[in-house]
Design a protein around this ligand. Structure first.
Ligand code: ADP
Ligand code: MG
Length: 220
C-alpha cells in the first residue's frame, strides 16, 4: 500500500509545475517553428507537415486546458451531492471510449444514496481522471469495477482495473507533474486529482491488485 498524497506541498508543486510547463510547451513550440520555417523556405511540402503541426498545437491546447484546471480558485459551489449520481454521469460520459476498447464499467454501491459535501464538477473531474486512467491502462476487453461503501465515518470509492498495473519504479512518481508513461499523456491528471482531493480533505491511495491491474481508492 502506498500513500500517494499526504500533506500538501504546494510550493514544491508550483516549482515543479513552472519548470515542467516551460519544458512541455517549449518543445512543441520549437517543433512548430521549425516545421513552419521549412514550409516557408519551400524545402518542405506543406501538406506533409500539417498533421504534425496540428498534433503539436493539440498538445499545447491539452496542456494549457489542464493547467487552467489547476489554477482554478479553490472554492466554488460546495453542497451536498450524491456520489451515485456523479458516478453514473461520469460513466455515461466515458462509455464511448470504453466501448471502443470493449471495456465494461460496473458500479456497485453498498447503500441507496451516499452523499458528500463537495464541489460537484471538481469531484466529477476526479472520477473522470481516475476512470480514464483505468481505461487507458487496459488493452482491449476487460472490466472496470467501481465500488462505493461506507466504513465507519469514511466513504470509500475504489476504482479497480484489469490493466497493466504500475511499475515499482514509477509508483513514487505518479503524483509528479508531467510524469507520464503514455505517448499522448500530459502527466497532469493525478496532479489535478490530488489538488481537488486535498481541497475536499480526502485522500488518494493506490494498490496493486493481487491478480491483475491496480486499484485507486478515494477516502472521503
Ligand atoms: P497521464 O494519464 O496523462 O499519463 P496521469 O497523471 O493521469 O497522467 O497519470 C500519470 C501516470 O500514472 C500514467 O502515465 C501511468 O503511468 C500511471 N497510471 C495512472 N493510473 C494508472 C492505472 N490505472 N494503471 C496503470 N498506470 C496508471
Ligand atoms: Mg490521466
Amino acid at each position: 500500500v502506498h500513500r500517494l498524497m499526504s500533506h500538501s506541498e504546494k510550493m514544491a508543486i508550483a516549482g515543479q509545475l513552472a519548470a515542467g510547463i516551460v519544458h512541455e510547451i517549449r518543445n512543441p513550440l520549437t517543433s512548430l517553428k521549425g516545421f513552419l520555417q521549412l514550409i516557408q523556405s519551400g524545402i518542405a511540402q506543406k501538406d506533409i507537415y500539417f498533421n504534425i503541426l496540428i498534433d503539436e498545437i493539440e498538445k499545447i491546447e491539452l496542456i494549457t486546458s489542464e493547467l487552467l484546471y489547476i489554477s482554478k480558485p479553490t472554492t466554488n459551489r460546495v453542497q451536498c451531492e450524491s456520489i451515485n449520481s456523479m458516478l453514473y454521469e461520469v460513466v455515461e460520459l466515458l462509455k464511448p471510449q470504453a466501448n471502443l476498447q470493449q471495456i465494461s464499467i460496473e458500479i456497485h454501491i453498498a447503500e441507496e444514496n451516499i452523499m458528500i459535501t463537495c464541489d460537484r464538477s471538481q469531484i466529477k473531474q476526479v472520477f473522470i481522471n481516475l476512470i480514464k486512467n483505468a481505461i487507458e491502462a487496459m488493452d482491449d476487453k476487460g472490466l472496470i469495477k467501481i465500488l462505493v461503501k461506507r466504513q465507519s465515518k469514511q466513504i470509500i470509492v475504489d476504482i479497480i482495473d484489469e490493466g497493466i498495473g504500475i511499475n515499482k519504479e514509477h509508483i513514487d512518481r505518479l503524483e509528479d507533474a508531467f510524469f507520464t508513461t503514455k505517448d499522448n499523456g500530459t502527466g497532469l491528471g493525478l496532479v489535478i486529482t490530488k489538488q481537488i482531493l486535498e481541497r475536499h480533505h480526502a485522500k488518494l491511495l493506490v494498490f496493486q491488485n493481487k491478480d491483475r491491474g491496480s486499484t485507486f481508492r478515494i477516502v472521503f
